[in-house]
Design a protein around this ligand. Structure first.
Ligand code: HEM
Length: 507
């Protein structure tokens, strides 16, 4: 039976029914590749179509399919034998043009027409979306992103850093002159307990749409089990308050250029996001001072900006870290409709309102806007983020997140989320301000009066409490404080992860 993209039941990529599509789908899409070291190699294709096709098919030879990745993952679970070096190849709109596809063919193949008001489309590329997303102008991006056509992105990943670097070196040696645009190295940061974190020190990558049976608890025959009618996440997490599963249509689309009914691909966003860790930590302390948070509660200042404490504890379920399980994901904001526990502007409340976002005519419900995040941290720093004591010694540049996500539509998912949620001062409610982590603002001198800075967000000293006189947030000590501007976009591009049959068809 052909793959049904709108079926919400988790799939097993290794059943005989799934193999026809999972062997043709690149890895890292429906499950992350999980390797701690990556080389993200950006390539500019030669100007002649034959040369471009030859290079793509050569690079495509070693890509890892979803089926192979899953086989290796299971082998690692049972035998503790790590998988081979992971590879995937992505193509941008400029890359497809150099492969000889004309605009009519591309417009028919890539569905960018959905939600034109977002103005962030695959065919327009990241540079075409700068105004819509309020990104810094490309002239301010880092040089390789500014100057070159980033036609291909080859991701090579391994848990053994030296082994990865040798594989990366082989790729670079094999590239024709003038085609290497840039290499970005990703280095996963982990806590002592092995949890993935980002440079501000918070557990990251926890809440994701889940697609496969292996993400859920299974019975002896491998079928996901339900308790009280709900699936249970692998590791015992409940799913009643916030069901994390999603149908494959959230992340996959047919790869129509492949001429194969079992060939699927996915849209991919890459953004290099630099983090000013010192600035963020100083702002966190200033906010804790302004709120007069007592010792032992000062961590809540930063946690309110993220929506989770550093250990992952959601602010909406606990006033302090250490909740068990800390990485709880079975929650929503239904019991905090006035924003008394978790501020409306918190990063995770803006980017996943978990049921609160209003539906607007014709626009799909918010669950359909979820993105499948596959980012990795970059940059060296002297001390581990969670061990650093001296704020003045923290990095203000040179470290950050290579943000990456998959989706079935850039305008409907990442583009909408960044533009209309994170960058909006009026989402989730009027006047709540920007996302403190990733909200972007552009001064507007034409406005009356001119807008030079974003509005300050409002923060409460108290956690929970009561709403009095229908004036939420006015019942207790609160402060207005601008928490924003510590993440800077340094460049990026939009890509498509084509099916393996498409890559093979270029030979
Ligand atoms: C969740 C940090 C950029 C979308 C999170 C979490 C952290 C975090 C700590 C909570 C852990 C988790 O649930 O995985 C950051 C940092 C960023 C960044 C430091 C930049 C340097 C972005 C961008 C987007 C985004 C650019 C999309 C426009 C999300 C989403 C979630 C999330 C959708 C999950 C929310 C949920 O389901 O509860 N991020 N993030 N993040 N982030 Fe980011």
């Amino acid at each position: 039976m052909p793959l049904e993209l709108d079926n919400a039941d988790p799939v097993d990529p290794l059943t005989p029914e799934s193999l026809p599509w999972s062997e043709k789908l690149q890895g890292n899409i429906i499950n992350g590749h999980g390797r701690d070291h990556t080389a993200n190699i950006f390539i500019t294709l030669p100007g002649n179509v034959d040369g471009a096709k030859a290079l793509v098919s050569r690079l495509a030879a070693g890509v890892t399919s979803a089926a192979k990745q899953e086989t290796e993952r299971r082998r690692f679970k049972t035998l503790k034998v790590p998988g081979e070096t992971f590879r995937m190849l992505l193509i941008s709109a400029t890359g497809y043009r150099k492969l000889g596809f004309d605009e009519d063919r591309l417009s028919a193949a890539f569905d960018d027409a959905a939600q034109p008001q977002v103005q962030a489309s695959f065919l327009g590329g990241a540079r075409g979306a700068v105004d819509a997303l309020q990104d810094p102008p490309p002239a301010e991006w880092e040089e390789p992103f500014r100057e070159s056509d980033l036609d291909l992105l080859l991701i090579v990943a391994d848990d053994d850093e030296q082994f990865l670097l040798r594989r990366c070196g082989e790729v670079l040696t094999s590239l024709p002159d003038g085609t290497l645009a840039h290499v970005e190295r990703g280095e996963a940061l982990r806590t002592a307990g092995g949890e993935g974190i980002e440079h501000f020190g918070y557990v990251d990558g926890r809440s994701q749409p889940l697609y496969t049976t292996w993400d859920f608890e299974r019975d002896a025959s491998g079928n996901p089990i339900r308790r009280d009618g709900n699936l249970v996440e692998a590791g015992g997490g409940g799913t009643k308050e916030f069901p994390p599963f999603a149908s494959l249509g959230l992340v996959l689309v047919p790869d129509v250029l492949a001429d194969d009914a079992e060939a699927f691909g996915s849209y991919f966003v890459f953004r290099k996001l630099e983090q000013n860790v010192r600035g963020f930590k100083l702002a966190e302390q200033a906010l804790a001072d302004a709120l007069k948070l007592p010792q032992g509660e000062r961590e809540r200042a930063g946690a309110m900006a993220v929506g989770r404490f550093e250990d992952g504890t959601p602010v909406v379920v606990s006033r302090a870290d250490g909740f068990i399980p800390a990485k709880e994901n079975n929650f929503n904001y239904g019991g905090d409709g006035a924003g008394l526990k978790c501020p409306f502007q918190a990063h995770i409340r803006k980017t996943n309102p978990r049921g609160e976002a209003p539906k607007i005519d014709g626009i799909p419900p918010e669950r359909d806007r979820r993105i499948t995040r596959r980012g990795i941290t970059y940059g060296d720093r002297p001390e581990h983020p969670q061990a650093a004591q001296d704020i003045s010694a923290l990095p203000s540049e040179g470290v950050g997140l290579l943000f990456m996500c998959f989706q079935s539509s850039i305008p409907k998912q990442f583009g909408f989320m960044q533009r209309f949620w994170a960058n909006s001062e009026n989402f989730l409610k009027d006047g709540v301000g920007l996302d403190p982590l990733i909200g972007q603002f552009k001064p507007d001198n034409q406005a009356n009066p001119p807008r030079k800075a974003p509005i300050k967000q409002r923060w409460r000293a108290e956690w929970g409490g009561e709403v009095k006189d229908k004036a939420p947030l006015r019942d207790t000590h609160e402060t207005e404080f601008l928490m924003n501007g510590f993440v800077t976009m340094k460049g990026g591009e939009f890509f498509f992860a084509p099916s393996i049959p498409f890559l093979q068809s270029l030979q």
